[in-house]
Every structure is written in C-alpha cells, then in structure tokens.
Design a protein around this ligand. Structure first.
Ligand SMILES: [Zn+2]
Length: 521
C-alpha cells in the first residue's frame, strides 16, 4: 500500500515535493479465534508461504525499493519460482515486463545569465541558483528554461498579471528589518516559499526566482546537489511529457549583496526598487539515465477452449520502500506484510492452482513494481498490457494481507469503484466468503472513494479500475509497523495469510468458472 497523498506541500531535498503523510491505523481488537482449519488437497501451503516470505522479506533484498537493483532481484526471485512451477511466461522477456523508469539529474551544463546594456553576468548552478524541475506528483511541471525582463517584487509586493506576465519575477523570501524577530523568522521560513509560488504562478510570469537568505540557500543547495547526484527515479512516460511543462520556470536563489538579481543598493528597508534594463535568460538541462525495473507476469491456462483467452487477474506489488536513510540499528524496511504477504500469496495461489484442474478461464498473475512510488508498475501494465486489456474480466489485488485480527479483512472496490462497475464482482466474492469453512468478518469501512484514508486510491487495483475492469482489493489493513523497519516476517500471521490467499483463489476460480463474463454493474 502506498502513502496517502495529501495537500500538504513542503520543500524536501531542496526540491519542492508533496510530502507523504502516512498515518498508522488504529490497532484492532482481536476476536476469539475460531477452530483451526486444516488445508486440504490443492489448498495453499502455509509451509511454502513461510519459506518464500522468509527469503523475499529478508535483509538480503534491502527493502526491494523500485529504481534500485534490489527490486530487480525481487522480480527475478518470483520469476524463478514461476519457472519451477511451470507457469506460462507472459511478460515481454520471459516472465519479466520492463517498466521504463529513468533517473533525472541536473546537468552541469545548465546555464543562467543576467544581461544589461553594459554587459552580462553569469550565474552558476548550485552556487547562485537551483532550478526546480518538479513540484511533486500530480502537480503540473515547471518549464526548464526562460528568458525575459527582470521584475523585482521586493518581499512580495502585490503585482498584477499585466505587470508580471512574461517577466522574470524576483522576490525575496524574507521581511524588512522593521519587523520584530518573530515576524521576520516567519517571513523567512521555508513554508513561505510555496505560498509565494501560489501567489505568483497565476500571474503567468516567464520565471519566478525566490531569493533565500544565504544559510537557507546553502542548506538547500547541498541537499539538492546530493539528491541530483543520486537522481530520483521517475516514469519515462512522464519524463517524455516534459515537453508539455506548463508552469513558469521556478528557481531558488540567494539574497546576496551585489547580486545581479537585486536592485543596486538593495538593502533591508523593504522598499521595492527597479531592475529595469536587466534581462534574465536561463536553461536547466536534465540528463536522463535508464533505470531497470520489472513487473512479473505469468499465465495459468484455462481449460475451456472458448474462454482460455479471457483472464481473471491476481495482483500484488513486489517493491517496498527500501532502506531508511539515517536510521540507527536496523535500517532495512523489509515489507513482510507490505507487500511481501500479497506477493507470496500470489505464488502460493499459482502453486495450488497448478496442482488442480484448471478453471474455465485463464488466470493472469501480475506482480507490479514501483507501487510504493505511485502505482507506476500497474499504470504501465494497464497501458501496455501483455494480454488484451478487454480480456481481463476482473482483477483481485492483494496488498498487506497477513496482519491484524485473524478473521478480519477489508474489502475495497465493490462500492468505491465508479459506476458500480465492481458491484457484481463484490457479490461473487461475498458469496465465496460465506461458503468458506471459516468465513472472514468483512470490514467495508474503506470501500468508499471519500473515506479519509483514501485506501481505494492507494494500491494497484486502482489502475485496473481506471480502465473499467471490475476489481476487489483484499487487505488486512494498516498497523503500527506500516512502512517501518519493523514490518518483519516474525509479525506475520501465516495462518491468516494462507486463509486470505485461499479466499482470493476460490473467488478467482468462481469468477473464472462462470459461463457468462462477470458484468460491469
Ligand atoms: Zn506500502
């Protein structure tokens, strides 16, 4: 399950980004466990689940972060198991489907210049200016180059669209010396930056340069330089959209005496002065490096010749959040529950189904990458499916299914998905649950697009739902170890995990064996 998207907006690593604001769920009360069930023939093997997850969520995978070789190793682990089970490969190269990610870094060839009638002054990346190539997910991208007359807006003078449009607006993130120390600190605070951007962007300037006090600028510059050296992975299909950057170019600079971006004699009186006669031109150059990332895709063929080209899809995500930077002691987020549980449950379903008579329709298994980064693997798969997208009759997603009270389970989708498109699938799933030897007590609290936890939007089923495919999301819910280094194998309830896997498997078989394709409403 990935982070809850929220409206809070902050600068991280010197670059503006949406902050994540995951909140651990309230712990659940545990009802008395019912009688223990003994798995029968063709059922899910608890021992195999435990053996697989103990490897998949071990420290050797270093938290399986997408964009690192560790998630690639996780993909290969699953592909090897599928090979042993003899499932049909359905990626683009064997079981693997390459998901094109890139790292973007600011190149030293980025250049910035202020020209006057008398000559020009070059400004330098990291020392004088930091261009902001992205304000965070879901926000339109700022342009990477700009040219225009400089317009100085002091500490944030009110400007009209008429004066500011097409200009390069310079504003100082601070306040005049006449302010008391508290008000001054407030005016200089980093959280004023998004506020200032929010006021200036609608005026449609060519660029916005926000000048920070020297110490804050140096701090950002150092962090941004580190981040640029690593480069955050981003989907190549988004990077390709860079041509459609629609916001003004945005840069952070430094309010240094004598700067070509400040009026001559600018002091802290707070009075605006003119930069008339000066022009700015700048270009931030991004370098892109391919990053290997893979979904894993396999098929178990159905037995009915007329329906074998139609699929019930099972999904989980193979990536997790990696290593917690700066943590002392254990720093590896193993993601045993998130989503080691779902990933290994899918393997156990494939193993169990390969030992019994095939259902009428085929079963499609997709382990998605980069779910934690923003559902990128499932977004890519549903846009570049390796079977026709219309042949997927339903998708059952497993994300975090091995924790909390033994009989409790959340189902999400039947009500939350638009146009009632998952309602009929929900009814089939409920009917299967009622026939289990030990049915789950279903919690439907999260099955709403308006629930504050936004669970419906936070895992891979959402990508399928957006293509009109009926989905049900199975999860045992959040817990105090969510996205922490303590999400360990030792905390998994393997009995419950096996039962959820069996429930999903039986639900999938019920859908696959229906004569008529499951309706969308
Ligand atoms: Zn997660």
């Amino acid at each position: 399950m990935n982070f809850k998207r929220c409206a809070c907006f902050a600068l991280t690593s010197g670059l503006a980004a949406l902050t994540s604001c995951a909140q651990p769920a309230r712990p659940e009360s545990s009802p008395a466990p019912a009688r223990e069930e003994i798995p029968g023939e063709g059922a899910v093997s608890i021992d195999a689940l435990r053996a697989d997850l103990s490897v998949f969520a071990s420290d050797s995978f270093l938290g399986r972060e997408a964009g690192t070789p560790n998630s690639v190793r996780a993909a290969r682990f699953i592909a090897e198991r599928l090979g042993e089970l003899g499932l049909e490969p359905a990626g683009d190269t064997g079981y693997l489907q390459r998901v094109p990610l890139v790292r973007e870094t600011l190149s030293a060839s980025s250049n910035f210049r202020v020209t006057t009638g008398a000559g020009s002054t070059d400004l330098f990346l990291w020392n004088d200016l930091i261009p902001i190539p992205s304000l965070g997910p879901q926000i339109p991208l700022p342009r990477l180059s700009a040219e225009g007359d400089l317009l100085f807006a002091g500490y944030g003078d009110k400007l009209s669209r008429k004066t500011a449009a097409g200009k390069v607006v310079v504003v100082v993130n601070g306040g005049p010396a006449s302010l008391d120390s508290v008000a001054r600190a407030e005016a200089e605070a980093p959280d004023k930056i998004p506020e200032r951007l929010g006021e200036l962007i609608p005026l449609e300037p060519a660029a916005i340069i926000i000048l920070l006090r020297e110490s804050l600028f140096r701090d950002y510059s150092a962090k941004a330089r580190d981040a640029a050296a690593i480069g955050e992975p981003t989907p190549a299909w988004n990077a390709a959209e860079s041509a459609r950057r629609s916001l003004p170019m945005i840069l952070l600079g430094v309010a240094r005496e004598g700067s070509a971006l400040l009026p001559a004699g600018w002091n802290t009186s707070g009075r605006s002065a003119s930069l008339a006669g000066r022009r700015f031109s700048g270009s931030a150059v991004l370098e892109r490096i391919d990053v290997p990332a893979y979904n894993v895709v396999a098929i178990l063929r159905g037995r009915d010749a007329t329906r074998t080209g139609s699929f019930v899809a099972f999904g989980a995500h193979l990536d997790h959040v990696g290593v917690e930077r700066g943590a002392s002691g254990d720093s590896i987020a193993n993601g045993a529950d998130d989503d080691g549980s779902g990933s290994m449950a899918l393997l156990s379903i494939a193993r169990a189904l390969s030992k019994r008579a095939a259902p009428k329709r085929s079963m499609l298994f997709v382990w998605h990458t980069a779910e934690e980064k923003g559902l990128w693997g499932s977004e890519y798969f549903t846009q570049h499916p390796t079977v026709p997208i219309d042949s997927i009759v339903a998708q059952l997603n497993a994300d975090m299914i091995g924790r909390n009270a033994p009989d409790s389970l959340y189902l999400v989708g039947p009500s939350a998905a638009p146009n009632g498109q998952s309602r009929m699938l929900g009814a089939v799933v409920d009917s299967v649950n009622s026939k289990l030897r030990r049915p789950f007590s279903i919690n439907r609290e999260w099955d709403s697009p308006t629930h504050p936890e936004q669970i419906y939007f936070r895992s891979d089923h959402y990508s399928y739902a957006q293509r009109g495919i009926p989905i049900v999301f199975f999860t045992s819910g959040l817990h105090a170890d969510y996205h922490k280094v303590s999400d360990e194998v030792s905390r998994i309830d393997f009995g419950k995990l096996a039962r959820v896997a069996e429930f999903m498997m039986e639900a999938g078989v019920a859908v696959a064996n229906r004569d008529a394709r499951i309706g969308k409403r």
